[in-house]
Ligand binder design. Structure first.
Ligand code: DX5
Ligand code: ZN
Length: 220
């Protein structure tokens, strides 16, 4: 029996009321908070850093899942760990030494993840499966919320599902970008177990209604 997790991305939350937003989305059933960090260098957008992570930490009991879209990654990892992050993932393009960055995350007591853009090949995975707690497959190009799911990523999800199963390791398979109530079942069928959704949840007034509908799709 697969454990499915819903990870609302606060990128689409109302930043003027962020504490209230994260409390509400956790009360609505979020399993973790997805925290998108963009640096206007690796991606063409600029968002939030460790100070904001620290600010929301007392408001939520669920894990904070930090998605680093920054380059370089190493110097910001300890700051996020100190700010209360539980999971930290990064794009291989953002690290000079992927193995070292993964180890750095674990040395700071966090779970470690690697993120692959729709066109990024997966070959680095072969060498680091033992250092991963999460693999995040982007189903849009990173940088913005509200984009449409890219269908060819379904094949990639299935390929990574097989790699995880073959490894026998307990690694979450997260999908990020364009995840909605009407496609979550197909994404799960391809092999994902953890679903990031920003605009689909925060774009509606009833967060619980959306999360319940997503769980309903996953159960059916
Ligand atoms: C995009 C971010 C996503 C984004 C998803 O670069 O990594 O987490 O917030 O937003 P939606 O769900 O609106 O596609
Ligand atoms: Zn993200």
């Amino acid at each position: 029996m697969t454990t499915y997790r819903i990870a609302p991305s606060i990128l689409s939350a109302d930043f003027a009321r962020l504490g209230e937003e994260v409390r509400n989305v956790v009360a609505a059933g979020a399993d973790m908070i997805h925290f998108d960090v963009m640096d206007n260098h690796y991606v063409p957008n600029l968002t939030i850093g460790p100070l904001v992570c620290e600010a929301i930490r007392p408001h939520v009991q669920v894990p904070i899942d930090v998605h680093l879209m920054v380059k370089p990654v190493d110097r910001i990892i300890p700051d996020f760990a100190k700010a209360g992050a539980n999971i930290i993932s990064f794009h291989p393009e953002g690290s000079e030494h992927i193995d070292r960055s993964l180890q750095l995350i674990r040395d700071h007591g966090c779970k470690a993840g690697l993120v692959f853009n729709p066109a990024t090949p997966l070959h680095v995975l072969e060498n680091v499966m033992d250092k991963l707690d999460l693999i995040l497959l982007m189903s849009v190009n990173p940088g913005f919320g509200g984009q449409s799911f890219i269908p060819h990523t379904l094949k990639k999800i299935a390929a990574v599902r097989k790699m995880i199963d073959d490894s026998g390791r307990d690694i979450m398979l997260q999908v990020d970008g364009g995840v909605k109530v009407d496609n979550i079942r197909e994404i799960a069928a391809a092999g994902a177990d953890t679903f990031v959704a920003g605009s689909a949840i925060f774009g509606k007034p009833d967060y619980k209604g959306v999360i319940d509908a997503m769980r309903g799709e996953l159960a059916s």
